[in-house]
Design a protein around this ligand. Structure first.
Ligand SMILES: NC(=O)c1ccc[n+]([C@@H]2O[C@H](COP(=O)([O-])OP(=O)(O)OC[C@H]3O[C@@H](n4cnc5c(N)ncnc54)[C@H](OP(=O)(O)O)[C@@H]3O)[C@@H](O)[C@H]2O)c1
Length: 290
């Protein structure tokens, strides 16, 4: 991994520094004044956000940015053994200025989705923002994908996302926000990601339909599609050198960072994004455009 990426990753894992990076919603290489545009002060005060799969990485980035804007955040994590990481995210949310609660569970099971929303209502009295960030990946040729792998991916990437959206459509307050995290692969002819991108692809259609169904209440529904991001999720599927290879496809000749994606998700979570709904946004440094 290139050195600067490594040092930023370390910063994300370090409690104090992460609050400094995300606490101010800061984007590396951008001045403090420009960065203040990510969120205005206390912009999410009184709002309640659920971020799924937020024990670390991108989910943590969204959760802490929301906390920095004054939100109450439900930090969801998948399995009981990642409780420590979820607590670290929650602590970063609180250091950044928000309040945090934790919920656990496999979101392929409807009962866990209901409990997740119950946690938000019980702890904070309402839900305003849902970020459907949880997901799983397998990289292999379609001819080699097993039934177990397909079912496991579909369970969270498709079913989990769908029913989190259904629950949100029932429980979000007026002017709420639903943000699904997709992938730039939706737009590219890339081999070996059929099960991953295919099981996620439905979220675009879910978003377009739901945007119409709940738009009258001021709720917006959008899809954010990152390109390759420097997290273990990406590296787990790729051979050494893959990051350097995909870096060539961005205009800046680098792989994406968590802090490249957080500002867009933050904006979509804010009331300023009211006119944006039913859309898919590419956030990939020019890796792909349509
Ligand atoms: N990194 C990239 O290059 C990239 C690019 C485009 C899009 N994305 C998307 O961004 C999102 C976050 O990715 P990331 O890079 O931050 O990786 P990550 O930290 O692994 O995020 C995925 C999260 O989803 C959770 N999860 C998986 N299966 C679940 C289930 N059945 N129920 C509940 N939670 C479940 C994982 O928990 P466990 O790990 O504990 O199972 C993990 O916390 C994913 O949806 C991914 O598709 C990532």
């Amino acid at each position: 991994m290139e050195k600067s990426a490594m040092s930023r990753r370390v910063a994300i894992k370090n409690t104090g520094k992460a609050a400094a990076v995300f606490g101010a919603g800061l984007v590396p290489g951008v001045s403090l004044k420009q960065n203040s545009a990510v969120f205005s002060e206390n912009e999410l005060k009184g709002k309640v956000a659920i971020v799924t799969g937020a024990r670390n990485n991108l989910g943590r980035g969204y959760a802490v940015a929301f906390g920095a804007a004054g939100a109450n955040v439900v930090v969801h994590h998948h399995k009981p053994d990642s409780r420590d990481q979820a607590e670290e995210t929650a602590s970063l949310v609180e250091k950044a200025g928000g309040k945090a609660a934790i919920a656990v569970g496999d979101l392929g099971q409807l009962s866990n989705i209901e409990k997740l929303f119950d946690t938000a209502i019980d702890q904070f009295g309402r839900v305003d923002i849902l970020v459907n960030n949880a997901g799983q990946i397998v990289k292999k040729p379609l001819s080699e994908v097993t039934e177990e792998e397909y079912d496991r991916l579909a369970n969270i990437n498709s079913k989990g996302t769908f029913f989190c959206m259904r629950e949100a459509s029932r429980r979000l307050a007026d002017n709420g926000r639903i943000i699904n995290i997709g992938t730039t692969l939706f737009g590219k002819l890339t081999p070996n990601y059929s099960a991953y991108a295919g099981t996620k692809a439905g979220m675009e259609e879910y978003a377009r339909a739901l945007a119409r169904e709940v738009g009258g209440r001021g709720i917006t529904v959008n899809v954010v599609c990152p390109g390759p991001i420097d997290t273990p999720f990406f590296h787990s599927q790729e051979p050494p050198g893959a990051a350097a290879y995909v870096a060539k496809f961005s205009v800046a000749q680098r792989i994406g960072e968590i802090s490249d994606v957080v500002p867009l998700v933050s904006f979509l979570a804010s009331e300023r994004s009211q006119w944006l709904t039913g859309q898919t946004f590419w956030v990939n440094g020019g890796y792909y455009s349509r």
